[in-house]
Structure formats: structure tokens, C-alpha cells
Design a protein around this ligand. Structure first.
Ligand code: PNS
Length: 163
């Protein structure tokens, strides 16, 4: 059995939510190193820049074996470049499954060594998504229970500047 397992947890993290943080802390307990990899997709319009997304994770997930970085291009290539062993994705509800299953199999077709492991966040987060969070934050809802403090502050700033 391999001892030092490197896990990669990829995502857009636009922005980081408590559901993501919950997955990060679960995965960090299971694997020697957890690389949280923020995806830069030039075709996708993000609310937060790459450096903002990376720094929000760095300041919220202060765990010794967690590293935060970004990648561009194929996740399968990034996986090889960091010599990862497993890919982590969160599954909040059955509705996530179809897309996640497709992505896991596509990644495995690109590289047969890529095994995806799904972790379930605490059930309190099953409804939480970054896109819904952005929507309610922009409409002035209180989001403090759903995101780390630094994310709450940044979303508030944007919401006020748009008024
Ligand atoms: O948080 P998200 O938006 O659900 O994360 C999706 C992400 C970034 C992991 C996925 O879109 C991705 O891997 N993008 C990188 C480009 C790539 O490899 N696409 C094919 C995935 S099968």
C-alpha cells in the first residue's frame, strides 16, 4: 500500500464556500498532501480573479498539509505535473452525480491512472453552491453562515459597489 498519497482537489472556487472548506478538511485528514487547485478557464467569466480565489482559500484553509495553487489547461495534465495519486471531488446531492461521473470517466479516459474519489460534505451544506451564493449576496442576503469571513467581506464590497 502506498503511504504518501498526494490528492488534488480541483474547482473554480468562485468563491470558496463552507462546503468546499468542509471537503478540504475531510480530504486533508485522509491524504498526506492535499493540493487545492483553482482552475483558470479563459472561456468562463469568474466574479473573482485567480489571485483572489487562491488567496481566499489560503487564508481560510490554514491546514499544514494543504497547498493552494492554480492551473490552466487540462486537469489531467496538471494531475501528472504534480505527481498526484487521486482526484477529490465533492458530492452534495444525487443531482451532482451525473456531471461528476462524466467528468471522472473523461479524466480516466485521458489518463487511466486518474482515480476520482468523491467525498460528501456535511449535510448542512447540501444546498450550497457558489453560483447561488453569489446571486443572493448580490441581492443583499446575509451570507455569513455559508462562507468564510474573508469571502463574506469581499462579496459585500462587490454588492455595495454595484448599488
Ligand atoms: O468547481 P467546478 O467549476 O465544478 O470545477 C470544474 C473543474 C474546474 C474541475 C473542471 O471544469 C476542470 O477540470 N476544468 C479544467 C479543464 C479540463 O480538464 N476539463 C475537462 C474535465 S473532464
Amino acid at each position: 500500500m502506498k503511504k504518501d498519497i498526494i490528492a488534488v482537489y480541483p474547482g473554480s472556487f468562485d468563491p470558496l464556500t463552507n462546503a468546499h472548506l468542509d471537503i478540504i478538511s475531510r480530504a486533508a485528514k485522509l491524504f498526506s498532501v492535499l493540493i487545492v487547485a483553482v482552475a483558470e478557464n479563459p472561456n468562463k467569466k469568474h466574479l473573482f480573479s485567480m489571485s483572489e480565489r487562491v488567496s481566499m482559500i489560503e487564508s481560510s484553509a490554514n491546514i499544514a498539509n494543504v497547498k493552494v495553487t492554480f492551473f490552466t489547461g487540462l486537469l489531467a495534465d496538471f494531475f501528472v505535473s504534480v505527481q498526484a495519486d487521486v482526484l477529490i471531488r465533492g458530492l452534495r446531492a444525487v443531482s451532482d452525480f451525473e456531471y461528476e461521473f462524466q467528468m471522472a470517466l473523461m479524466n480516466r479516459n485521458l489518463n487511466a491512472k486518474i482515480e476520482t474519489i468523491f467525498l460528501m460534505p456535511d449535510q448542512a451544506y447540501t444546498f450550497l453552491s457558489s453560483s447561488m451564493l453569489k446571486e443572493i449576496a448580490m441581492l443583499g442576503a446575509d451570507i455569513k453562515d455559508f462562507v468564510p469571513h474573508c469571502v463574506e467581506e469581499k462579496l459585500k464590497e462587490i454588492s455595495i459597489s454595484k448599488k
